[in-house]
Design a protein around this ligand. Structure first.
Ligand SMILES: Nc1ncnc2c1ncn2[C@@H]1O[C@H](COP(=O)(O)OP(=O)(O)O)[C@@H](O)[C@H]1O
Ligand SMILES: O=C(O)C1=C[C@@H](OP(=O)(O)O)[C@@H](O)[C@H](O)C1
Ligand SMILES: [Mg+2]
Length: 159
């Protein structure tokens, strides 16, 4: 199962709980990129720009291949066409965690580990651009403004 959605939708948190409940390994794509590069995410953005980070993210996705696991992606993975294609070809359900902008922004606004979190208006513009792509890429949409336990239960009901 692959979780997609905007920053703060809870992909990393929910993947962890889902892995325990489904007894499957969890791969957090951001952590894979950090492991593969030996650099933290803000450092990669500084050294290689967003384009460099997207390429690294795609390389991490290729490594996962067809492994049976829960994948928490980074929020921007769907903006890079080669990564989007990989997700679509993985033949496992792609689940979009959706909430309104204010809910998500409140969760991420004070986190310095996300280089794309700048002004409220910049983040809102990103959210609006991406909404359509998340919906186009996903097989299922889940409301992630509920508690983590409720989000996990909703995903488990998908089957
Ligand atoms: N359903 C939820 N309700 C409240 N807070 C949440 C929920 N899901 C995640 N969070 C919190 O929001 C922040 C971002 O969660 P995270 O799992 O890192 O999201 P993502 O990986 O999608 O960016 C964390 O502080 C996390 O504890
Ligand atoms: O939305 C994005 O472009 C990004 C989301 C982050 O992951 P989370 O969605 O887990 O915060 C991380 O990959 C990077 O900071 C870029
Ligand atoms: Mg995450």
């Amino acid at each position: 199962m692959i979780l997609i959605g905007f920053m703060g939708s809870g992909k990393s948190t929910v993947a962890h709980s889902l892995g325990e409940r489904m007894n499957l390994p969890v791969i957090d794509l951001d952590k894979e990129v950090v492991r593969m590069t030996g650099m933290e995410i803000p450092e990669i953005f500084k050294a290689e720009g967003e384009a460099g980070f997207r390429k690294r993210e795609q390389e991490a996705l290729v490594q996962i291949g067809g492994a049976r696991c829960i994948v928490a992606t980074g929020g921007g993975v769907v903006t890079y066409e080669p990564s989007c294609k990989l997700l679509e070809n993985m033949e496992v359900p792609v689940v979009y965690l959706h909430a309104d902008f204010e809910t998500l922004y409140a969760r991420i606004k004070n986190d310095s580990n996300r280089p794309l979190v700048k002004s409220r208006e910049q983040v809102r513009a990103l959210y609006e651009q991406r909404l359509r792509i998340y919906r186009k890429t996903a097989d299922h949409e889940i409301d992630c403004s509920a508690s983590v336990e409720q989000v996990v239960s909703s995903i488990l009901r998908i089957g």
